[in-house]
Design a protein around this ligand. Structure first.
Ligand SMILES: [Zn+2]
Length: 156
């Protein structure tokens, strides 16, 4: 997914029950894994698919959630809802990345990148290949839903 992670977090927060800090938690969770692009470009020089980094591995975030959520439920209950939305946004990020990019859903037992649709390298640059593939319509759909919910929320 190229462009729709941020609006997907916006949609998630707007559809969640109302609460404090849900929008920032959703927006951060929706884009956080892709900050690995800095490491991908600056350190690894693009030699490893960035979806193989730990921030794109579902079991990593499941372990973090399993460690933090019980503590929040017991000792910082006001942070529980934002944390749940944050982890939901992370999960949504990886689900959306599965459409055309591949995610290590079987890690650590399986090192295959699972993807729903193979986007062929049909253009000179990989970004163009993704932009001109039908799956980009799904991204536009996420943007349209975010815009719709934003407009609807402004009228209430
Ligand atoms: Zn990603």
């Amino acid at each position: 997914m190229l462009t729709a992670h941020l609006p997907s977090g916006d949609v998630l927060a707007r559809l969640a029950p109302k609460g404090r800090w849900l929008m920032p938690a959703a927006l951060i969770g929706a884009v956080l894994p892709d900050f690995d692009m800095l490491w991908f470009h600056l350190v690894d020089q693009g030699s490893i698919h960035h979806h193989r980094y730990w921030v794109h591995v579902p079991v990593f975030w499941a372990a973090i959630a399993a460690l933090t959520l019980p503590g929040l439920a017991l000792f910082a209950r006001t942070l529980l809802a934002p944390a749940l939305v944050f982890f939901a946004a992370l999960l949504l990020h990886m689900v959306l990345d599965t459409i055309g990019g591949g995610i290590l859903w079987g890690a650590p037992f399986d090192d295959r990148l699972y993807t729903l649709v193979e986007v062929p390298a049909a253009q000179a640059h990989w970004v163009l290949s993704f932009l001109l593939h039908w799956t980009f319509l799904l991204e536009l759909g996420v943007w349209a839903l975010a815009l719709y919910l934003w407009c609807k929320g402004r009228r209430v």
